[in-house]
Write a protein of this length. Structure first.
Length: 669
């Protein structure tokens, strides 16, 4: 039963919390509740206090107003085990990963040991009712702890996070920092706490692992609190959304998309109610001023004054905190049509990771997807000549000038920690004037005193903004971006999406953020299990095609299984079907039925194409409207809609061509 039920059990509650660091208020009058098996999202701008809230829940920090007179504090229903992924530190670097993970199952092993002791006692002493009761209790505890399947759970989860089983025997110290973080995450999930706290859990996970984690958390039978900027991840898991804005917190039922809609509605209602109340106050005030000195109206004037004083004042609405960076620019040069061509390009360091062939054309935005360890970032490093290719070739087109963003280098840079942001930027562009430098930095939210911030004081998100700012100054026509949205809050991601959607150049990027990919990509380069394949259509169409491929594989496997089973059941004189027999489609070939289906598809595509062209013509007319010439947001909205219609038209034309080709082939049969 979900936490929204009136029968829900309150696991945890914070009332009227105040959290301060020195003189700075981080959280003020915060109320927060966790019910049953709720999946809760905590969202807000970078630095708003989301991680601070998690630390308050787990007890790492405390409220500053515990000694105040108001009713405040933290309450829990009994003993709640709270799990939180803190800074990773494995004290014994020589212990194997398996032994490290097995520490999570200490309660299971304690149950097993006691159960074995009881079994031995029963053999020695015979029947003992109290020992039977204890044994029964231990069995139920083992079931609750999933103690009978701990080894299987460990191995499945270990592999889901991208590790081969043999790595369980490696010393924990032989793994990289990112891999050790994954091991700690696995331990947290296997510990199955009553309340699980996850801070940006999808960072550095590949798409298959993120999708697996989604399903795991959705079916998790206890409570989960998630801080994340991954919008699709939140939409697929969350029951309740809390937003922190201007130090305050508000609860919204539903996932992230539902929260956005409700927030807009609440703001519109508050604005309307505020305006109506202000008009009423003004009306009463004017009446009082007019009649307050008239003896016959004194009583009425006092009554109206009291009505104003006793009104529950509606707070003036504060607009959303939408402050973000702006990166609109026109490339210095226009490239030719062919921007980048790779042919059998072998990538890797000492050994080959993948072999890649793809064709990137002007104004395309190609997203690179796939499991970690396949060479996605290695491909980008090869293309910008940071590492040499192991074979094959790639060609960069004429007039192509690229800018390369590496999020790992941006966040873990080698800059002098005592150097200011202003000087760090100036070192790269020494010929720029101070006003130009300040203007460039200001567009990326480094304004006023922020430009004097020391590099060692910058957050991950600030370092990313600075790296993007420096890259954009060359005005490249090809952007090569490696995980650009890591460390960005949702407003930052939206700003980058909008910029890339109207960018006049070409984009090649690696990302695990599916919502970002859906908004930006016009094509997909997939690093699959066996090969790298290019798809010349957006993310949602790519997903449809992948599903079709999976369905075909299942059908083929089913056909093979059926054929093999039929062979086993055949009589001695009957011919056993071969794999070729199973896949022989002509046995079930019906050209008339296929032709009818293709003609219907063509008719449908032609109708959709005509509708899309009509929409596109209307959008083009709106873009030419002089009244909108200064309305940047409306123009961008119209341009995005036009781009989508043009992409749809390209996709429909390709499908029509495929259908016409199949019809031509039918005519030759």
């Amino acid at each position: 039963m979900k936490g929204s039920s009136f029968l829900s059990i309150m696991r945890y509650q914070i009332k009227h919390a105040l959290v301060q660091y020195g003189a700075d208020t981080i959280l003020e009058d915060v109320n927060f509740e966790i019910h049953d098996n709720e999946k809760i999202a905590v969202v807000g701008r970078n630095g708003c206090g989301k991680t601070t809230l998690l630390k308050l829940i787990v007890g790492d920090i405390h409220m500053n107003n515990l000694d105040s007179d108001e009713e405040c504090g933290i309450m829990m229903a009994g003993k709640q085990e709270i799990g939180f992924l803190r800074q990773i530190s494995f004290p014994d670097r020589e212990v194997s990963v398996e032994e490290e993970i097995k520490k999570t199952f200490a309660p299971v092993f304690a149950c097993e040991k006691r159960m074995a002791e009881i079994e031995a006692l029963l053999q020695q002493e015979g029947e003992n009712q109290s020992l039977f009761y204890e044994y029964d209790h231990l069995q139920k505890k083992m079931e609750a702890l999933r103690g009978y399947s701990w080894k299987q759970d460990m191995e499945v989860m270990f592999q889901k996070f991208g590790f081969p089983l043999e790595d369980l025997q490696r010393p924990i110290g032989s793994f990289s920092g990112g891999q050790q973080t994954k091991v700690a995450f696995i331990k947290l999930l296997l510990s199955r706490p009553d309340i699980m706290l996850l801070d940006e859990p999808t960072n550095h996970l590949d798409l298959p692992t993120i999708e697996w984690l989604e399903n795991y958390l959705k079916s998790y039978d206890k409570a989960v609190v998630i801080v994340s900027h991954d919008r699709m991840f939140l939409d697929r898991i969350i029951d309740v959304t809390y937003e922190i804005e201007y130090h305050r917190m508000k609860r919204y039922p539903g996932n992230y998309t539902a929260f956005l809609k409700r927030k807009e509605e609440d703001l519109a209602k508050q604005e309307k109610d505020y305006e109506l109340q202000q008009k009423e106050i003004q009306r009463l005030t004017e009446w009082i001023e007019k009649w307050k000195n008239t003896p016959t109206k004194v009583t009425a004037a006092r009554s109206k004054q009291m009505a104003i004083e006793h009104m529950v004042k509606i707070e003036k609405p504060r607009r959303f905190d939408t402050k973000t960076f702006h990166m609109m620019f026109t490339p210095r040069l226009e490239s030719y049509s062919d921007v980048l061509i790779a042919k059998n390009l072998k990538i890797g360091y000492e050994c080959e990771l993948s072999q890649v062939s793809f064709h990137l054309r002007k104004k395309e935005r190609l997203a690179i997807l796939g499991e970690n360890g396949k060479g996605k970032s290695t491909l980008l490093k090869t293309l910008v000549e940071l590492i040499p290719p192991l074979g094959g070739s790639f060609t960069i087109g004429q007039n192509v000038e690229y800018g390369y963003f590496d999020q790992q280098k941006a966040v873990v840079d080698d800059a002098d920690p005592k150097q200011s942001v202003l000087d760090n930027f100036w070192d790269v562009y020494p010929d720029m004037k101070r006003e130009e430098v300040r203007s460039a930095l200001g567009s990326f939210l480094f304004s006023g005193e922020d430009v004097e911030k020391l590099m060692g004081q910058l957050s991950g998100g600030e370092k990313v903004r600075l790296a993007l700012c420096k890259m954009m100054q060359t005005k490249p026509n090809l952007l090569i971006l490696d995980e650009p949205t890591n460390h960005m809050d949702i407003m930052g991601k939206q700003a980058l999406e909008q910029m890339l959607q109207v960018f006049e150049g070409t984009v090649l990027f690696v990302s695990h953020d599916r919502y970002f990919i859906k908004q930006v990509a016009t094509g997909i380069l997939e690093f699959g299990k066996d090969a790298v394949k290019q798809y010349d259509y957006p993310y949602e169409e790519y997903l449809v095609e992948k599903q079709k491929q999976e369905d075909r594989e299942k059908a083929n496997n089913s056909a093979v299984t059926t054929g093999v089973q039929s062979g086993k059941n055949a009589t001695a004189g009957a011919a056993v079907p071969t794999l070729q027999d199973v896949f022989n489609k002509k046995e079930y070939y019906n050209p008339g039925k296929i032709k009818s289906r293709l003609l219907k598809q063509l008719e449908k595509y032609e109708k959709q194409l005509a509708e899309s062209e009509a929409k596109a013509d209307e959008l083009k007319l709106q873009l030419l409207d002089p009244a909108l010439s200064s309305d940047y947001h409306k123009l961008m909205e119209l341009q995005n809609a036009l781009d989508k219609e043009e992409h749809l038209q390209e996709s429909l034309l390709e499908r029509m061509l495929e259908a016409e080709t199949e019809l031509e082939e039918l005519g030759e049969v």
